[in-house]
Design a protein around this ligand. Structure first.
Ligand code: ZN
Length: 161
């Protein structure tokens, strides 16, 4: 009995082991520390350029994928910084460079930001994505593949690995 070899296509649930490194080799994220990610191919759950590079891969296959900043989190923008008074933070807020937070506009929209600098009276917020301006190097391996169920396709995400 011949069996069709499953490869990554649209509407397949993909279980992916990955390590994400920066250009200098520093590891940013790895499924060895967290968990492999599971997503529906073609549903836009992961970076589009990463998704694009996975098409046609089979279970067990590994690949090195390099993404330029413009294919990842975009360039780092010099105008994406904002200085706010320290008094705007609750007293117990952990004011330290690198701490992530959400800034809410008057209309209730939330923007993720990171603390870039803490001064005596002010805090500088960086609205750039932490990986903006970085070339990303993914090492990926397909662990499992299966067709998504109609319900999963309707929701746009897998319900189990
Ligand atoms: Zn759901």
């Amino acid at each position: 009995m011949l069996q069709e070899r499953l490869t990554v296509q649209d509407n397949m649930v993909v279980t992916l082991a990955y390590t994400l490194r920066l250009k200098d080799g520093r590891v940013v994220e790895s499924s060895e520390e967290s968990e492999p990610i599971t997503f529906i191919q073609g549903a836009g759950e992961i970076l589009p350029a990463l998704e694009e590079a996975l098409y046609g891969m089979a279970v067990g296959e590994e690949k090195e994928i390099w993404l330029a900043p413009e294919d990842a989190y975009g360039p780092r923008r010099a105008d994406a910084y904002q200085v706010v008074p320290r008094s705007e933070f609750p007293e117990d807020f952990p004011l330290a460079p690198g701490v992530g937070l959400y800034v809410y506009t008057e209309t209730g929209e939330a923007f993720p930001a990171y603390i870039a600098e803490v001064g005596p009276d002010t805090v500088t917020l960086d609205f750039n994505h932490p990986l903006a301006g970085e070339e990303l190097h993914f090492t990926v391996k397909i662990l499992a593949l299966r067709p998504a169920t109609p319900e999963e396709l309707e929701h746009g995400h897998p319900h189990e690995g």
